[in-house]
Write a new protein. Structure first.
Length: 621
C-alpha cells in the first residue's frame, strides 16, 4: 500500500517532474514543478479551490513518483517527452484536422523510416513541416530515398531480431536491408542523421564530406564511385533548394489562437512565410472546460513544437502562461532566440483576430459534424442491440475474417469499431501458423484462440502490475463479436470463448448470392434487417471493412512471395545471379522483356543461364 503521508512529507524542494498513477499502474497525469514539494502537495490538500477535473483525477490516484531535475527548463523538456510517451488521459492532448503534410522521421525506432504523414501524433517521431506545397514534399522524399537507401517497410526491425531474407528493394539498391544484417545500426543511423540535417536545410557539412570522398575516389581511379558521389552532391543541393521553397525564408512567424465553448477547444495556427500566410492547421482539444486560454496555448506550444523540427523566430499568441520558461525551452530546441509575443495593436493584432475567428468557425463545424455522426452511430447501435435483443448497445465491436487462395498465404484479420466508428489503431493481423490448406474454420479457431488467450494473459499481468495498461494490445475485450460468415463461423467463435471461459455475444454477417450483406446470424437464427435501416448500413460498413483489411494483407503477402519465388524457379539462377539481374534490370518484368544480348551483359550470366531465363519466361507467360 502506497503511503501518501510519508511520500508527501519527503518530497524535495527541487524542480522536477511528477507522474500520477492509477491502481493498475497506468500513468494518468504528468506535470512539472518549480518546487516539487509545494506543487505535488497541493493536489492532496483541501479540494475547495480545485477544478472538477483535478478532483476527479485525484480520486483515481493510487500512487505517484517524481524525477528531480536541475532546472525548471529541464523539467519542461522531460515533461514533454513523458507526455509524448504515455499520453496520459488527464493531460491536454491534441486531436488534429490536417490540411498540410509533414515529413516524418521515426527516430523512436531502432532503424528509422522517413515518409510523408498528414497526422501529427505524439509518438516520439520527429516531424518536419507542415508544408503548404504537397507536391514538393513528395519530390523531396523521392530524392531522399534514391540517395539514402533506408527501409520503407513497416516491419519492426531491431538489432536483436532473427535475421531474415532480403526483400526486392535490397536487390535493386533501394534499401540497405537492416533486417538481413546487411548494415550496422551506427551506419544506418548516420544516414538518418544526414537526412535530418538536410531537412533542416543544413547541407554544407554533408556536401564538404561528399566532395572530399569524390576527390579521394578520383585519385584512386574509382571513377564510377566518384560519379555516384557527384550525383549525390547534386541531389543534396536539390533537396536543400526544395526545402527553401517549401519552408520559406528563416524570417518566419506563427500566429496561435484558441476558441473554447462550454466543453471543448480548437487551437488554430497560421504560418506566415516571407510576409505571406501560406498555410494553417487546427487542433481539437476535448474536455477543456477547466482550462483557460493561456493554459491551453501553453500546452499546445509544448506539444506542437516538441514534435516539429522547425521553430520560427516569433510566435504571436492571444494569451500565454509561463512565457519566459517556454521561450528558453524553444531557444534550446530551435538553437536560436525565439520570442513569444502578445500583440496589443496593429497588423499583428488583426491577424491574430482572424486566427481566432477561424478557430471559432472550425470548432463549430467540428462539433456539428461530430454531433450528427455520434447521433447516427448511436441510433445504428441501438437498432443493432434491438435486433439481437442485447441489454445495451455494444460500444466496442470486433469483426473477424479469413483470407486465402486455395489455402495459400492464409491470414486472419480483426477490425474494431468503437461507438460505431472504425478504430484503426486497434486493428490486428494474424498469419495462420498451425493450419494447412483452405481450412477456414480451423484458421478462425486459431486466430480467436490466440487473440483471447493473449488478452487473458495481459489482463492477468496488468492486475499483477507486471505490465502497464497501455502496454496491453489485446487486454480490452469487445461487447460484441461479428464474424464474416454464417453459422459455422459463429459456432467456432462460441466454442473458443466457452473453452476460455469468456462470455461475449457472437453474431455472423451473411451475404446474398450477389455478395451483398443480407442479414445477421444470432443464436442459430437468421435475422433479417431492412436494407435502408441505419443498422444495415453499419453492419455493411463493418463487413466491408474487415473483408478489405483481410484481402489487403493477403495480397501483400502473396505479392511478396510471388516476387521472391519467380526467379528461384529458373534453373541455373542462384542467389548471386538473382541479385545481379535485379540490380541491372530493376524488376522481373524487365528481365522477362530483356534480349539475349542484354541478359549476357549481366556479369555472372553465361550462355547456359541466359538460355534458361529465356526458356522459362517463354514457357511461363
Amino acid at each position: 500500500m502506497f503511503d501518501f503521508e510519508y511520500h508527501l512529507k519527503n518530497l524535495p524542494q527541487s524542480p522536477g517532474v511528477y507522474l500520477m498513477k492509477s491502481s493498475t499502474g497506468e500513468i494518468i497525469y504528468v506535470g512539472k514543478a518549480k518546487v516539487l514539494k509545494n506543487r505535488v502537495r497541493q493536489y492532496f490538500q483541501s479540494s475547495k479551490n480545485h477544478s472538477e477535473k483535478v478532483i476527479q483525477m485525484v480520486k483515481n490516484i493510487s500512487e505517484f513518483e517524481y524525477i528531480v531535475t536541475d532546472s525548471e527548463v529541464e523539467a519542461l523538456i522531460l515533461e514533454c517527452n513523458l507526455i509524448k510517451k504515455y499520453t496520459p488521459r488527464y493531460n491536454v492532448l491534441l486531436k488534429d484536422d490536417k490540411h498540410y503534410p509533414f515529413i516524418k522521421v521515426t527516430i523512436q525506432e531502432e532503424f528509422p523510416r522517413v515518409f510523408v504523414s498528414r497526422n501529427f501524433v505524439n509518438d516520439g517521431a520527429k516531424y518536419f513541416g507542415p508544408y503548404p506545397d504537397g507536391k514538393a514534399v513528395y519530390e523531396v522524399i523521392e530524392l531522399i530515398r534514391k540517395n539514402y537507401p533506408i527501409r520503407t517497410c513497416r516491419r519492426a526491425v531491431t538489432v536483436d531480431m532473427e535475421q531474415i531474407k532480403e526483400c526486392l528493394n535490397y536487390h535493386i539498391g533501394m534499401c540497405t536491408a537492416p533486417c538481413a544484417k546487411r548494415i550496422t545500426k551506427s551506419e544506418y543511423n548516420r544516414m538518418i542523421e544526414d537526412i535530418q540535417e538536410l531537412l533542416k536545410g543544413k547541407n554544407k557539412v554533408i556536401v564538404r564530406e561528399l566532395k572530399e570522398e569524390m576527390t579521394r575516389l578520383s585519385a584512386e581511379l574509382k571513377f564510377e564511385e566518384a560519379a555516384k558521389c557527384r550525383d549525390k552532391i547534386n541531389a543534396v543541393e536539390t533537396i536543400c533548394e526544395k526545402q527553401k521553397i517549401i519552408n520559406g525564408s528563416f524570417e518566419n512567424e506563427d500566429f496561435i489562437s484558441v476558441f473554447s465553448d462550454e466543453s471543448d477547444s480548437c487551437v488554430e495556427i497560421f504560418f506566415m512565410r516571407d510576409g505571406k500566410i501560406v498555410g494553417r492547421e487546427n487542433f481539437i482539444i476535448d474536455n477543456t472546460i477547466e482550462n483557460n486560454s493561456s493554459e491551453i496555448i501553453k500546452e499546445f506550444i509544448k506539444s506542437f513544437y516538441s514534435g516539429t523540427a522547425y521553430i520560427p523566430q516569433r510566435i504571436f499568441v492571444q494569451d500565454i502562461s509561463e512565457k519566459d520558461i517556454l521561450e528558453e525551452w524553444l531557444k534550446i530546441k530551435g538553437e536560436r532566440k525565439v520570442e513569444i509575443k502578445i500583440p496589443q495593436i496593429g497588423e499583428k493584432k488583426k491577424i491574430l483576430e482572424m486566427v481566432y475567428k477561424n478557430a471559432k468557425e472550425t470548432l463549430e463545424i467540428y462539433k456539428n459534424k461530430t454531433k450528427v455522426d455520434k447521433e447516427l452511430n448511436k441510433l445504428s447501435l441501438n437498432e443493432l442491440a434491438d435486433a439481437l435483443e442485447l441489454q445495451d448497445y455494444p460500444e466496442r465491436i470486433e469483426a473477424y475474417d479469413i483470407s486465402n487462395i486455395m489455402g495459400m498465404d492464409s491470414v486472419g484479420c480483426m477490425v474494431v469499431f468503437q461507438n460505431g466508428k472504425a478504430k484503426n489503431s486497434d486493428y490486428r493481423r494474424f498469419k495462420i501458423k498451425t493450419v494447412e490448406g483452405a481450412d477456414d474454420y480451423g484458421s478462425m479457431r486459431e486466430i480467436l484462440t490466440r487473440r483471447f488467450s493473449r488478452g487473458l494473459d495481459e489482463i492477468k499481468k496488468i492486475t499483477g502490475k507486471q505490465i502497464k495498461v497501455e502496454e496491453g494490445k489485446f487486454s480490452v475485450f469487445p461487447d460484441l463479436i461479428m464474424m464474416d460468415g454464417g453459422k459455422g463461423q459463429v459456432n467456432i467463435a462460441k466454442e473458443v470463448l466457452n473453452e476460455l471461459g469468456i462470455d461475449i455475444p457472437v453474431c455472423g454477417m451473411v451475404k446474398d448470392d450477389k455478395h451483398r450483406t443480407r442479414g445477421l446470424i444470432f443464436e442459430n437464427i437468421e435475422i433479417s434487417i431492412s436494407k435502408r435501416s441505419n443498422c444495415m448500413k453499419l453492419v455493411t460498413r463493418i463487413q466491408d471493412e474487415v473483408h478489405r483489411f483481410a484481402i489487403t494483407y493477403h495480397k501483400s503477402l502473396r505479392t511478396k512471395r510471388s516476387l521472391n519465388s519467380i526467379l528461384e524457379e529458373i534453373p541455373h539462377i542462384g542467389a548471386k545471379r538473382r541479385k545481379e539481374l535485379l540490380l541491372k534490370f530493376g524488376s522481373v518484368e524487365n528481365i522477362k522483356k530483356a534480349t539475349e544480348g542484354e541478359l549476357l551483359e549481366t556479369p555472372s550470366i553465361n550462355k547456359k543461364a541466359c538460355d534458361a531465363i529465356i526458356k522459362y519466361f517463354k514457357g511461363n507467360k
